[in-house]
Ligand binder design. Structure first.
Ligand code: PEP
Ligand code: MG
Length: 587
């Protein structure tokens, strides 16, 4: 527990899905199944194995029926989660290992399966990649379901409930989340889980506030406790006193009012007071995020990070699977464009099937386009899948972490090969597909004029550009104060890139986190960026500021900002300008 006031207790976890809700706790029985190990006589080994197979079959049937139920109630977009669980169930290692334990150690099937799970978990714990590590919870969920079937325990998350409740659980599986009635469940709080777990992703896409990773919250909260959860700050307040309750009620009302007001901007143009239009788009990693981009008024997807399809699995997805995933996003966004980025793994993103060797400096290593060019078959497979998806709407394609012209030429050659292969097989695709690059390295900034001749658009990845320009590891929390988006070197780089793009007559976007920070908007507008791509909820916030700016004033502001010597000075100046001009827009 983080703090206590009277009877009020406040806990801090991970804000996994934004929003504030006030309600009653409902503790779901998601405690782990207790398994007792018992020896079995050798003549029972075969029947025990049979019992295990039957539990697997029952689990499969249950998952398939959940799949049907979800298809009927919320469409097909979340089904991949259940498919992941079905795949785990089919994993031959999980089955053969358990059968071997039953056979060799002559113990009951439940205990044998628990031992197999323990072995799997040990393997997951050693993995550094957060996304992949969190897939261990998928394996746990599936095994838990099999165990419940063997022991005849129930699976439903909640008994019949009439009120609107906040569900408290040790852990929640994606299937749990998908099955809840949104009218009745207004929030989630769990002991386990992190920001990139499927549970978090689904809670965000269903827009149900969630605080996860509180470790032992299930032992602190009982059924019927009054609760406040703040999914932005990751705070859970149990038994709020009157003052806290009143404060939060006000805070919640204001938050919801602001959200509603901002959503009213959805169909208004992203246009300045002096009539200058820029495109505001969304960044996505999963199909689930597409509805939220539409709801917040995104005019397309400026960055579709495809690597999430590759991470957390033993084999890379084949062309058909990639094509299906890309085409789904493209169809959902139609008539808006979807800008698909080719694989950006390596560095801190790990894909087991690619057998990447350990590197001393992974951020400077075999990542992104370098890896794609090193593995041409893998790259061509992805290019063909993207090209095929282009037949279903408006698709653009771009390459990450380009550092020189030669890389673009090589990538374009392989794209040409992929096109002619499709042409030969009579497979349709957009012959005029636009090609772009990410500007993320200092070398790309310095030769932006040369690069601009080769492509149709630029998109600046400020997350990496800042990392490489200032030599600050973007993942190192000890250096976070030195990671300065307003550093004069960064501003000068942005200016160079924007000018080079326009001189060559191509468009220029920013798709790094800078784009979604409303207070930076006057600078990015003044620097001349044509498009900004960001997370869904930031779109109306940025649009709100944009509609109150003038392009001419923003250009004057940038001229002034470029005269300062430190990021701190730029920041102070920007703050002053913002407080005078948009006093009420930044709370
Ligand atoms: C960036 O570097 O700014 C970017 C958008 O790419 P990623 O965050 O995926 O590296
Ligand atoms: Mg990047």
């Amino acid at each position: 527990m983080d703090s206590e006031r009277n009877n009020t207790r406040i806990f801090k976890g991970i804000g996994a899905s934004p929003g504030i809700v006030i309600g009653e706790a409902r503790v779901a029985d998601r405690s782990r199944v207790v398994v007792v190990e018992t020896s079995i006589p050798s003549e029972n080994v075969q029947s025990e194995i049979q019992r295990f197979h039957e539990a697997l079959e029952t689990t499969k049937e249950q998952l398939n029926s959940i799949k049907e139920q979800i298809t009927r109630s919320s469409g097909t977009e979340h089904l991949y989660v259940i498919d992941t669980h079905l795949m785990i169930l089919d994993d031959s290692m999980l089955t053969s290992e358990t059968i071997e334990i039953i056979r060799n150690d002559r113990i009951n099937a439940e205990a044998a399966l628990k031992r197999t799970l323990k072995k799997f978990m040990g393997f997951f714990e050693g993995i550094e990649d957060e996304y992949l590590r969190e897939r261990s919870s998928d394996v746990q969920t599936v095994v838990e379901r099999v165990l419940r079937n063997m022991l005849g325990k129930r699976h439903e998350l909640l008994d019949e409930t009439d009120g609107r409740v906040i569900v408290i659980a040790h852990d929640l599986s994606p299937a749990d989340i998908l099955q809840v009635d949104k009218e009745k469940v207004i929030g989630f709080v769990t002991d386990l889980g992190g920001k990139t777990s499927h549970t978090a992703i689904l809670a965000r896409s269903l827009e149900i506030p969630a605080v996860l990773g509180l470790e032992k919250i299930t032992t602190e909260i009982s059924d019927g406790d009054a609760l406040i959860i703040d999914g932005d700050k990751g705070i859970v307040i149990v038994h709020p006193d009157e003052e806290t309750f009143r404060d939060y009620l006000q805070h919640k009302q204001y938050y919801e009012y602001r959200e509603r007001e901002l959503l009213k901007l959805k169909d208004l143009p992203a246009e300045t007071l002096d009539g200058h239009r820029i495109l505001l788009k969304g960044n996505v990693e999963f199909i689930e995020e597409v509805p939220s981009i539409m709801k917040h008024g995104g005019e397309g997807i400026g960055l579709y990070r495809t690597e999430m399809l590759f991470i957390g699995r033993s084999l890379v997805p084949d062309e058909e699977e990639q094509y299906q995933a890309y085409a789904q996003v493209v169809r959902r966004m139609f008539p808006f464009p979807v800008t698909i980025r080719t694989l950006d793994v390596g560095g801190d993103k790990f894909v087991s099937d690619l057998n990447l060797t350990d590197e001393l400096n992974p951020a400077l290593g075999l990542r992104a386009i370098r890896l794609s060019l090193r593995c041409p078959e893998l790259f061509k497979t992805q290019l063909r899948a993207i090209l095929r998806a282009s037949a279903h709407g408006k698709v653009k394609i771009f390459f990450p972490m380009i550092s020189g012209v030669a890389e673009i030429r090589e990538a374009k050659t392989l794209l040409g090969v992929a096109k002619s292969e499709l042409r030969k097989s009579g497979v349709p695709f957009d012959e005029e597909i636009e090609i772009g690059i990410m500007i993320e390295t200092p070398s790309a900034v310095l030769i932006a004029d040369l690069l601009a001749r080769e492509v149709d658009f630029f998109s600046v990845g400020t997350n990496d550009l800042i990392q490489y320009s200032l030599a600050i590891d973007r993942t190192n929390e000890h250096l976070s104060s030195l990671y300065e988006p307003l550093h004069p070197a960064v501003l000068r780089s942005l200016k160079l890139v924007s000018e080079a793009a326009h001189a060559a007559g191509i468009s220029v976007c920013i798709c790094g986190e800078m784009a979604g920070e409303p207070s930076y908007l006057p600078i990015l507008l003044g620097l001349g960026f044509d498009e900004l791509s960001m997370n869904a909820v930031s779109i109306p916030k940025v649009k709100h500021i944009l509609r109150r700016c003038s392009k001419i004033e923003a250009e004057i502001l940038v001229d002034q900002a470029l005269k300062f010597s430190t990021a701190c000075e730029v920041e102070l100046y920007l703050q002053q300008e913002i407080t005078t001009k948009f006093a009420d827009s930044f709370d």
